[in-house]
Design a protein around this ligand. Structure first.
Ligand code: FES
Length: 200
């Protein structure tokens, strides 16, 4: 069987019928078959490459936090190393340096400094008077270039361009938590409004 194709071959007037050889016809058929099969496989996978599920407890997925790890309201921040976040239970207004109206509750702050990625430690003894915030003791203070953040991750000093990033928290029925490290959100002055109420 022959299938006429129309190609531009430079002849005056343009197009001249051409018939494929048996070899080119077979090559074309094989390519069409491959495209059809590949399309079917992709469709079976939901139209794309399947995403790998991150196991519970691994960074990049949900990190469980037991009830007894959760600080009391106003208590010292707790580091959850596997999740790379600080967990705080803020009193109303605590760490709300810009006065956006923080109602208090749980907040998870990513330990990675927004400036250049160093790990930001909690400095319980650091006096806010050193960064024009007298009367407040205890700050997150990056050792690399000294960006300083409140308990709500609000930037008050240093070269960072923004507050500390946050992660969503889900409170489970038994009072434990899941913190979703796959959804890290860049910090903003509104950080104190990202808290989750916690009744224990
Ligand atoms: S990396 Fe933290 S202030 Fe530069």
């Amino acid at each position: 069987m022959r299938y006429p194709l129309f190609v531009t071959d430079g002849h005056p007037g343009g197009r001249k019928p051409r018939t494929p050889t048996r070899r080119s016809f077979l090559r074309g058929s094989a390519a069409a078959f491959f495209v059809t099969v590949a399309g079917g496989v992709l469709a079976a996978c939901g139209g794309g490459v399947a995403r790998r599920e991150v196991p519970l407890g691994s960074f990049g997925g949900k990190i469980p936090v037991e009830k007894d790890q959760i600080p009391a309201p106003g208590g010292e921040p707790v580091l959850i190393p596997g999740g790379r976040f600080w967990l705080l239970n803020l009193k109303p207004g605590e760490g709300d340096i810009k006065k956006v109206g923080g109602a208090g509750g749980l907040i998870a702050l990513y330990t990675k400094c927004p400036h250049a990625g160093c790990q930001v430690p909690w400095q319980a003894e650091f006096d806010g008077a050193n960064v024009n915030q007298p009367g407040i003791i205890g700050w997150f203070r990056c050792p690399c270039h000294l960006s300083t953040f409140s308990r709500a991750g609000i930037l008050v000093s240093g070269p960072s361009s923004r507050p500390m990033s946050t992660m969503p928290i889900t409170v489970l029925q038994d009072g434990s938590l899941h913190v979703d490290t796959s959804k890290i959100t860049a910090g903003l002055a509104e950080n104190p409004k990202r808290t989750v109420p916690y009744a224990g």
